[in-house]
Ligand binder design. Structure first.
Ligand code: NCD
Length: 308
């Protein structure tokens, strides 16, 4: 089977088949020994990280991944995006940066920004998050976490909990998981329900259950994927105030969960998982961040043609 990722843009999880995603996850597993041994497989190559929105894990894990594979990193991390939010400016930025780097990883508050950048760039572009739209490499690392921690993805009941409207990670993850034999549970308050276009799309492949009541589905879930209410994406602060803290996972909550069920979170968390959950057998969010490094090492190596 031809899985060639060389030169490919990574823009939407919807651009990939199940086989292709599994190929990336397999490649991520081969990166584990390199974490300690190091490698020069991307020696002489340069990664540019263009972050128009705040980030800790995504940017640092991409940069660490590149450095661990012998490559170099340039870029910027600017939380203030107001002066660069015009489509044309993205195009110009990319046409400049492509001269300096072999691959571009970009985060932007505008939906469609990564796709636009890829159209103008002669080097591959990786979407590190576009507005509330998508975050495909997060979805891949989330799937890697589930596969590593539970041994499989097929057959699981997976709950996406919290801000399903503005959370981009849950959009990409729902699409990605729907390529597997899973049951999805979308748990959110009415105003933060999963985008209709996502629900309609994933329903064509898997069973979807939408509810506002976390307690009613807790006992059947194998994975609780908890998300932060995306405060920065609310047009009206009063709307945010109404849903703030709507779900809070505590040690008490875990008593209604399956013994083997795991709790994930893309991080950063605010108050949706209390610190006393960290020591329970269910918590996997810090491992998840580590899998992100392996996944991004694999993606860089695949797209830059160092591995097949
Ligand atoms: C997420 C994001 O930026 O979408 N963070 C991440 O990349 N791990 C989640 C969030 O900000 O809530």
């Amino acid at each position: 089977m031809d899985h060639s990722f060389k030169g490919k843009d990574i823009i939407s999880i919807k651009d990939f088949t199940r086989e292709e995603i599994e190929h990336v996850l397999d490649a991520a597993e081969t990166m584990e020994p390199i974490l300690s041994s190091g490698s020069e497989m991307l020696g002489g190559m340069v990664l540019a990280t263009l972050f128009f929105e705040p980030s800790t894990r995504t940017r640092l894990s991409f940069e660490s991944a590149m450095l661990r594979l012998g490559g170099a990193v340039i870029g910027f991390a600017e939380p203030k995006t107001s002066s660069v939010e015009k489509g044309e400016t993205i195009a110009d930025t990319v046409r400049v940066v492509e001269n300096y780097a072999d691959i571009i990883v970009m985060r932007h508050s505008l939906e469609g920004a990564a796709r636009l950048a890829a159209e103008f760039s002669s080097v591959p572009v990786v979407n590190a998050g576009t507005g509330a739209e998508e975050h495909p490499t997060q979805a891949m690392l989330d799937m890697l976490t589930i596969r590593k921690e539970l041994g499989r993805i097929d057959g699981l009941n997976i709950g996406l909990i919290g801000d399903l409207r503005y959370g981009r990670t849950v959009h990409s993850l729902a699409y990605g998981l729907s390529l597997f034999d899973v049951k999805l549970f979308f748990v959110s308050p009415e105003v933060l329900k999963m985008r209709q276009e996502v629900v309609e799309d994933v329903r064509r492949r898997v069973q979807v259950n939408e509810t506002g009541q976390l307690e009613s589905v807790l006992p059947v879930l194998d994975v609780l994927y908890v998300t932060r209410i995306q405060k920065e994406r609310f047009a009206d602060p009063a709307e945010y105030a109404k849903v703030r803290g709507v779900y809070r996972i505590t040690r008490e909550t875990t008593k209604s969960m399956k013994e083997e069920a795991i709790i994930m979170h893309p991080l950063p968390r605010v108050d949706e998982i209390s610190a006393d959950v960290d020591e329970t057998r269910h918590a996997r969010y810090f491992q998840q961040a580590r899998y992100g490094l392996l996944l991004r090492m694999a993606l860089l190596a695949l797209v830059l043609g160092a591995i097949d």
